[in-house]
Design a protein around this ligand. Sequence first.
Ligand SMILES: Cc1cc2nc3c(=O)[nH]c(=O)nc-3n(C[C@H](O)[C@H](O)[C@H](O)COP(=O)(O)OP(=O)(O)OC[C@H]3O[C@@H](n4cnc5c(N)ncnc54)[C@H](O)[C@@H]3O)c2cc1C
Length: 496
Amino acid sequence: MKTDVILIGAGIMSATLGTLLKELAPEWEIAVFERLGQPADESSNEWNNAGTGHAALCELNYTVEKADGSIDIGKAIKINEQFQESLQFWSYLVQNKHIRNPKDFVMPIPHMSFVQGEENVAFLKKRFEQMVDNPLFKGMEFSDDPQQLKEWIPLMMEDRIVTEPIAATRIEAGTDVNFGALTRMLFEHLEHKHVNLYYKHHVEDMKRTSDNLWEVKVRNVATGEVQSHYAKFVFIGAGGGSLHLLQKSGIPEGRGIGGFPVSGLFMVCNNPDMIEQHHAKVYGKAKVGAPPMSVPHLDTRFIDGKKMLLFGPFAGFSPKFLKNGSLFDLITSVKPHNVLTMLAAGAKNMALTKYLIEQVMLSKEQRMEELREFIPHAKSEDWDVIIAGQRVQVIKDTEAGGKGTLQFGTEVVAAHDGSVAALLGASPGASTAVHVMLEVIEKCFPNEMKQWEAKIKEMIPSYGVSLMKNETLLREVQTLAAQTLGLKENMPLQIA
Ligand SMILES: Cc1cc2nc3c(=O)[nH]c(=O)nc-3n(C[C@H](O)[C@H](O)[C@H](O)COP(=O)(O)OP(=O)(O)OC[C@H]3O[C@@H](n4cnc5c(N)ncnc54)[C@H](O)[C@@H]3O)c2cc1C
């Protein structure tokens, strides 16, 4: 089979790229190959990720305290603006009836940060003061008054013996996103647009042909039959499976890159009274030495129209790159071109690896102790443990970090001729899928960009514009998202 575009993997990234491309070039033929039986069964599944619409409203690792004590909110601004692009694209899709019932995939929920101890309270206050006047974060509130906190987070304050300062910030404009439901809706839409979806089809290999196409070898998992498919452009959106496929493509841009797998666990509350008493996503501060993805949070979630309460994810170590992957994933990703990078990363990250292995070994009661920092009276019988998705962090040599530096972001690796691109990394992840897929389009279709720009701006009015610097547009896109998706706006903005 010959087609214009092949998307490997049926997660949120391929779903988003396929949907964008169908709007920009409706005549292009697209085929999708997914090894599992349906879309969104790996990281994008609602039970495998935390469903936070990452907009830096509560995640303390996006605002770093500098040596002089000031707070750098640059990363928070970037992530917030990227999430606004996702909201605009989803609004466009709902307005144009490409997807329906936004309540099935995005719900408003206050985002909060909660800290204990004098130093942490001082940090949170400084962070709040730095953010609250920024148009992107207007409406954020701060309180160190236990009485106020009782109103905001009654479940967390009940039976709490306050022996040291505590504080929280809260902003109404936060979201809980069911990325699994959204991914499934997008693939349903793509099916209507005559995209060929092949489930239970595992991509085994890919190589460049003499006539500048990509030959993609796909095994039908049900029959065992292997077929070759050809395309001008291939997107490797295989989540944890992307690194192996990037290596198989043989493009020089993929050399020297390695992956570090991080597993996850959630605790799910089974007590309806407790679920009812909490209404927020509450993030804490990572303990000294703990990596950012290891800070569990207490989240109200909306899954299948039901309100839920989850605590996690607890990070851990497993050599698998996918939840449904193989124990040999890590070892088979080590190649002659990345072995030194991987060894350097191994040496540098002994403490992290030890930490993650220790986390895997925690008993349920030890996990309950962490939960009790949030809910002091939490009882073990009210909580069940479930396994979350795998995250594969990128390892590469960087100027700033040297050989074998562990990256916590999301990275697009594209061939110089734009014929193939892969998405690696997992954070901020699904929330910024629209921004990241636009990056793929910019890198891989530079000749079409001029012709596509007007359509991109119609779908995502803030494309190429800083929303922080353009308050009028910020107001417009937030009002649109509020109306179309049923979300809460930030506090009304005072436009100078
Ligand atoms: C514990 C955890 C918590 C997270 N929390 C958040 C959060 O709160 N907010 C947020 O925005 N993001 C979060 N993320 C990140 C987010 O889930 C991911 O960034 C996002 O889902 C990745 O989407 P994807 O499409 O790249 O990958 P996936 O959803 O993993 O999809 C990849 C697909 O490719 C398929 N595949 C793999 N190999 C092959 C092959 N060889 N052939 C065919 N198909 C293949 C897989 O089966 C899978 O279906 C979290 C992730 C984890 C694990």
